[in-house]
Ligand binder design. Structure first.
Ligand SMILES: Cc1cc2nc3c(=O)[nH]c(=O)nc-3n(C[C@H](O)[C@H](O)[C@H](O)COP(=O)(O)OP(=O)(O)OC[C@H]3O[C@@H](n4cnc5c(N)ncnc54)[C@H](O)[C@@H]3O)c2cc1C
Length: 340
């Protein structure tokens, strides 16, 4: 175990909905958690891919925006005071002589615990960057690969690049608040859901959105991280200069299991095989839940992951509190105590 490792009861890799709910389930059993996520904000796919889409299959909640579900999960786990390590990728894994597990991150953080829950979804997210020289200098000021709140783009001139669902859905949504929305796509046809592509075409006819097709991103102009224009070109070399404040390249997110794949876990096509009765993996003390966990009949749904979080927490309890009996109790009996 690294000398300077922070010690906790359970390390959770992934702050998606399932990783967050695991904090709750562990907390209810008196276990403290540290949560690592490569993204700068908690929320996993819900926040990165569809924060303003409604979800209809969370039990007891007829309709909730994905972003709001994350806010509510964060409120629900707050009493357990989880420590978040955001913007850090879990990379190293080791086992100390005393049986503790240690995880190290891309920022050099080391955390040791009795158990590890891998709730890494489909892997660490990373945007597919367009190959534009100097784009890094504009990232997070004028160039964004995900939109957290559409209100942040109110009154701005926005160039959206891409032809899939994200590009089209955000064009439709931002047309209601942005000063100008320009959609750059290299083909005449969009790959998005036909109904959305049709709405896009109608809004373009009405002048609410400008379709810049078939063009590709060529360069960006601006200074000190502030964008002033996006240069686009056709394959034949015809060029246009689009004056803009914000560029949203939506070329998909690449998701890679990355270093976790090297830890010796039993993998099945990029997923971690678990025993569904405990969510235990092939490595002692390591559990997997949510989208990343695989077993026969697995459904990749948030509610499935929530149940797996409860299963894993109960299986982990004897590792954190050896010799202590765990009496199954309902939350109606215990209430939510949290940590001081
Ligand atoms: C458009 C869309 C709509 C959907 N609608 C529904 C729906 O209506 N109902 C439903 O139940 N499900 C829906 N889903 C699926 C649902 O979002 C997933 O089942 C859910 O997000 C899985 O949660 P998770 O916590 O397991 O993983 P994720 O949400 O994928 O979160 C995993 C997190 O782990 C992080 N991570 C991975 N590897 C590392 C690493 N090495 N280091 C640090 N961090 C790492 C990632 O950055 C990510 O934040 C939808 C999905 C999409 C894309």
């Amino acid at each position: 175990m690294p000398q300077e490792a922070a010690v906790t009861d359970v390390i959770i890799i992934g702050a998606g909905p399932v990783g967050l709910f695991a904090v709750f389930e562990c907390g209810m059993l008196g276990m403290r958690c540290r949560v690592i996520d490569v993204l700068e904000a908690a929320g996993g796919q819900c926040l990165a891919l569809y924060p303003e889409k409604p979800i209809y299959d969370i039990p007891g909640i007829p309709r909730i925006l994905a972003g709001e579900l994350i806010e509510r999960l964060l409120a629900q786990i707050a009493p357990f005071r989880p420590v978040f390590h955001l913007g850090e990728r879990a990379e190293g894994f080791a086992r100390a002589a005393d049986g503790r597990l240690a995880v190290t991150t891309s920022k050099g953080t080391a955390i040791a615990a009795r158990a590890l829950i891998v709730a890494a979804g489909v892997g660490a997210f990373g945007p597919n960057r367009p190959p534009l020289p100097g784009i890094e200098a504009f990232e997070e000021t004028s160039v964004f690969y995900l939109v957290r709140r559409r209100e942040d783009l109110r009154g701005r001139r926005v160039v959206i690049a891409g032809g899939g669902d994200s590009a089209v859905d955000w064009a439709l949504s931002l047309a209601e608040v942005a000063a100008r929305v320009m959609v750059v796509h290299r083909r005449l046809k969009f790959r998005a859901a036909p109904e959305s592509a049709e709405r896009l075409r109608r809004l373009a006819e009405e002048g609410a959105i400008e379709l810049v097709i078939p063009y590709q991103l060529h360069a960006i102009e601006g200074a000190e991280g502030r964008l002033s224009a996006v240069i686009v070109r056709t394959l034949e070399g015809a060029e246009r200069r689009l004056e803009a404040d914000v560029l949203l390249p939506f070329f998909g997110l690449s998701m890679q299991l990355g270093p976790i794949a090297e830890w010796g876990l039993n993998l099945e096509r990029n997923h971690v095989a678990v025993d569904p009765g405990t969510c235990a993996t092939s490595l002692a003390g390591v559990f997997a839940i949510g989208d990343i966990a695989a077993y026969p009949g697995k459904l990749k749904l948030i509610l499935t992951g929530f149940a797996e979080a409860a299963t894993a927490a109960h299986a982990i309890h004897p590792l954190v509190f050896p010799g202590e009996a765990l009496h199954f109790e309902y939350s109606t009996t215990t209430g939510v105590k949290g940590f001081a």
